[in-house]
Design a protein around this ligand. Structure first.
Ligand SMILES: [Zn+2]
Length: 277
C-alpha cells in the first residue's frame, strides 16, 4: 500500500472538532475528579509524555511554557532528577510504574509528533536546565508529506539541529496512523520505513518507537511482534495499567494539568487512565 493510501487512513488531529470538544470535556472532568479523590501517595519514577508547548490550537495535548516551567520546578522540588527515558525502560517494563525507590526519584521527558514548538520553545528551556529528553518524530511529516494542512512540523534539517544538541530522536511512525486499522503489511511498512528514514536523514539507528495515540486499543499484538522484527527494542505506550504487553508506560500530561493534577499524576493517580478520542 502506498504512502498516500496509508496517509489517508491516519487520523487527523482536527478532523472532527465536535468530537474533540467532547474528548476535552471528558478529560477535564476525569482528571479533576481523579486528582481530587486520589489521596496522598508518594511520587514515583516515571516517563512523561508531552506534545506541544504554546500551541493552543493543538488542544488537550498542548501546555503553556509557564506551566511546563512550573511542572519542572515542582518535580525538582520533590526530589526528582531528570534522566534519559532509556534509563527507566527496564524498570518500566518490569514494574507497575517504574522504579519506586523513594530515595532515587527519576523523571524522563518525551515529546511526541515533532511539532515546531519542540525546537523553538522546549529545546532552549531544557538546555538551560540541563535536562535530557527524547523527541518522537513522524517521518512522513518531516519529509513534508501527509501533514493534513499543518505547517507546524519540523523538517529533517531542523530535527538534525536537535540531534546535534544531544536530544534523543526516535520513531513515531511514517503517517501517525491508528495501528489497529492497518493490515499486517501496512504495520510492517510504518515501522520499517520510519526507522529507515531516521537512518537515511539523520544517521541515527533508533531502537525506540512511540505508538501513535498510545492508547491500548491503538496497538494490536501483531504490531508488537512486527516492531521487534523491524529492529525496535523499546515500544512506548500510555497508561501504566492498560498498556499492551511488552510496552513501556508513559504518563501523559494534558493542558488541564495544574499543580494538583500534575502532582497526582506523578504519584500514579492516572496509571489506569487513557486519553480518549
Ligand atoms: Zn503522536
Amino acid at each position: 500500500m502506498s504512502f498516500v493510501e496509508r496517509a489517508r487512513k491516519s487520523v487527523r488531529w482536527r478532523a472532527d472538532a465536535a468530537r474533540d470538544k467532547v474528548a476535552e470535556a471528558r478529560a477535564l472532568s476525569e482528571r479533576t475528579v481523579i486528582s481530587r479523590t486520589a489521596g496522598r501517595t508518594a511520587p514515583t519514577s516515571r516517563i512523561l509524555c508531552y506534545h506541544t508547548v504554546g500551541m493552543p490550537e493543538m488542544g488537550i495535548n498542548d501546555i503553556t511554557l509557564r506551566r511546563l516551567e512550573q511542572q519542572l520546578a515542582h518535580a525538582r522540588n520533590v526530589g526528582y532528577r531528570f534522566v534519559p527515558a532509556m534509563e527507566l525502560v527496564d524498570d518500566a517494563v518490569a514494574g507497575p510504574s517504574g522504579s519506586n525507590d523513594p530515595a532515587d526519584l527519576r523523571l524522563a521527558l518525551t515529546f511526541d509528533d515533532g511539532f515546531r514548538s519542540i525546537l523553538t520553545t522546549v529545546a532552549p528551556l531544557l538546555k538551560s536546565l540541563d535536562i535530557p529528553w527524547t523527541a518522537f518524530v513522524v517521518s512522513g511529516f518531516a519529509d513534508g508529506r501527509g501533514r493534513n494542512g499543518y505547517d507546524d512540523f519540523l523538517d529533517w534539517r531542523e530535527i538534525e539541529k536537535l540531534a546535534d544538541d544531544g536530544v534523543t530522536i526516535a520513531s513515531h511512525s511514517v503517517t501517525h496512523p491508528n495501528f489497529s486499522t492497518l493490515s499486517p503489511g501496512e504495520i510492517v511498512a510504518e515501522l520499517a520505513e520510519s526507522r529507515e528514514a531516521l537512518r537515511l536523514n539523520l544517521g541515527i539507528d533508533s531502537t525506540e518507537f512511540a505508538i501513535p495515540f498510545g492508547q491500548s486499543g491503538n496497538w494490536p499484538a501483531e504490531a508488537q511482534a512486527a516492531a521487534a522484527q523491524a529492529g525496535y527494542r523499546t515500544v512506548y505506550a500510555q497508561s501504566v495499567e492498560r498498556r499492551p504487553a511488552g510496552t513501556v508506560a508513559r504518563t501523559f500530561v494534558t493542558k488541564f494539568d495544574d499543580e494538583r493534577i500534575f502532582r497526582a499524576a506523578l504519584a500514579g493517580a492516572f496509571d489506569r487512565w487513557e486519553e480518549w478520542f
